[in-house]
Design a protein around this ligand. Sequence first.
Ligand code: ARG
Length: 481
Amino acid sequence: MSESGGAHKLWGGRFAGGPSPLLEAINRSIGVDFRLWPHDVRLSKAWAVALGHAGVLTLDESRELERGLDVVARQIADGAQPVASDEDVHTMIDRLLHDAVGSVASRLHTGRSRNDQVATATRLWTIDACGKVDVALRGVQQVLLARAEELRDALMPAYTHLQRAQPVSVAHWLLSHFWPLERDRRRLQAAARGASELPLGSGAIAGSAFPVSRLLLKESLGFHAVARNSIDAVGDRDFVAEAIFAMTMAGTHLSRLAEDLILFGSSEFGFVRFGDGFSTGSSMMPQKRNPDALELARGSAARLLGDLVSMLGALKGLPTGYNKDLQDDKRALFDAVDTMLLVAPAVAGTVDELRFDTARMEAALSSSMMATDLADYLVRKGATFRESHGAVGSLVRQAEERGIEMTALPPEAFAAAHPLFGDDARDALGARASVAHREAIGGTGPKAVAEQIEAARATLAPVIHETPAHGNQLIANVVAV
Ligand code: ARG
């Protein structure tokens, strides 16, 4: 309870009556923003120091506030909970600070507003969160790479329009899901960098009327830049939109991987079997094994998109400065981060325990999938590609009409289709021969895939530590580039 014994409020002097319980209910954000507390404590300590430097507080007052904020942090870490009257996390911390140090607590809010305060805390939180999501996505990449190393010799059909197109190495398909996540990690890095601009010292909108050093604040809080315009600083949530976009894109990539695997795990494909750890049974059908983690990953991508749309939607109509609509930025941001931190490890776990039926994958490679290779064969013999395309097309039609593989067509059929077909024409219809030809960088040939695996390994080589500092580490890397 606050010393006053009543509700602890950061405003209210100009009101004769109290707020309606309905206003309190719609206005209260502590249920969402409570998790900002470590950052709010940290920035408040930095603010106390800055006020001390500026001569607004005595050294003793500034130290007392710092000490009090440490007490508050310990209390919350030990389980102190909000009370009904705590409008938001800033109010709660202010209340606990009053309880800890008494009236000097009232000096902390000098020259600052919750507008620059919440923008600063949310930025600090976002930088940390980008680091955590980065680690989670890296975890998916590691599993994809490990499985690719294991399956570099196995072949499978690659699909366009979900129709069998050409043979590829299974490693090549697995790594086709690795690189999008690498791009997502770069986007997260950029989002963390975007978040690293200090709003504190902008006050409610016009800047702080006290001579606080914002450069000092920037340094002590680890920001990379100081926001240049106080009006912009309190209303800018670009960094939230950017972080949610990076996560939505990553969620979309995980959803596509999930969709591939759900298809490949169906009895009709039978390319993969799901393990026990990440699939579920049916309450009615005893035979069922359902890839729930993957389906939830796919469904979560829709929610992430909803978070992005709600954030952008909130921003687009806002007049200049802080508006209360912005309070909901945290709902969208926290949901996106929580979702990613569940989905990415679940997808990694699912992929880790997949069993690949490589015999079934190879059995799905019909000879017509090598039609392009047969046309390339003619090109190597001197025919034009257009001419070759027509000749091979006629062989495909004949095989289809007779219900046989192209390899089963008689030599006369080949000779009739094009005079340049020799005895070795049928070799061009082998899946391994097809794959072996594709050694250009980024192709599915064995050497090209080995190089790709090396490149993927090199990408993951930098050791990262899952510490709160990782978000800032990410940004340091961006700046170094
Ligand atoms: N809980 C608020 C938010 O998250 C804090 C800022 C309140 N500012 C204000 N002027 N009422 O946006």
